[in-house]
Ligand binder design. Structure first.
Ligand SMILES: *Cc1c(COP(=O)(O)O)cnc(C)c1O
Length: 219
């Protein structure tokens, strides 16, 4: 039997300084989240606005909240005052709305651009062509209240390790190719890897992993 705290320490030890651990706390209770918080963990990820709001309101204010799931434009206003990082920006209209709501709050909101790398129909994200076109339009200038700090991707839900590796490699390659197109920001975060595939993600250059199951499953 391992505890949440022990699981977190295990990950922190394996990751070292270069890779950030985001604990995915969707469907977890405040009590479970506090158990993680007490180890010093501050980055938590949620995929639903309805769930992140009551957690933000009731949990310690130094938690850095991440949105990791598809975000509807009409919900941005609810999280704009406090969100630390929106990892799942998958359209220009969403980017425009984040910019607008951030301006209203006098903030600059950090975001990751989500690239579609999987072979499934179900995952959100830009295609490489769409994302390259967006970046060529100088989004830093167009959306001054948004800070693009990197890229995010989800690999296919498959047993095929080679497939997963190839998908992570494509994201890493794409992010390197895009680097020179940014003038002011340095989009060096590469968010890839979850409980089932973080080891592959790490060898392919991930700097941020998003882990839920492996931390909260205390068997
Ligand atoms: C749920 C979720 C995770 C965490 O998945 P686990 O398998 O529980 O580690 C990571 N990223 C996203 C986008 C998720 O929705």
């Amino acid at each position: 039997m391992t505890t949440v705290a022990e699981n977190i320490f295990k990950f922190k030890k394996l990751l070292g300084q270069e890779t950030r651990l985001v604990v995915v706390s969707k469907k977890k209770t405040n009590e479970q989240i506090l158990e993680a918080y007490q180890t010093g963990q501050r980055d938590f990820g949620e995929n639903r606005v309805q769930e992140i709001i009551p957690k933000f309101e009731s949990l310690p204010k130094d938690i850095q909240w991440h949105i990791i799931g598809h975000l509807q434009t009409n919900k941005v206003k609810y999280i704009a005052p406090f969100i630390h990082l929106i990892q799942s920006v998958d359209s220009e209209s969403l980017l425009a709305e984040i910019n607008k709501q951030a301006a209203k709050c006098n903030r600059t909101i950090s975001v990751l651009l989500q690239l579609f790398i999987a072979q499934e129909e179900t995952k959100f994200g830009f295609s490489e062509i769409e994302l390259e076109q967006l970046i060529l339009q100088d989004p830093e200038k167009k959306f001054p209240h948004v800070n693009i700090v990197g890229f995010m991707g989800m690999a296919s839900n498959t047993e095929n390790q080679n497939q997963i590796r190839k998908e992570f490699q494509s994201l890493q390659k794409f992010s390197l190719k895009m680097e020179s197109l940014f003038h002011n920001s340095n989009p060096n975060i590469l968010s890839m890897g979850m409980s089932s595939d973080w080891e592959i993600a790490l060898t392919e250059g991930s700097t941020m992993i998003r882990i839920g199951t492996s931390i909260f499953e205390t068997i």
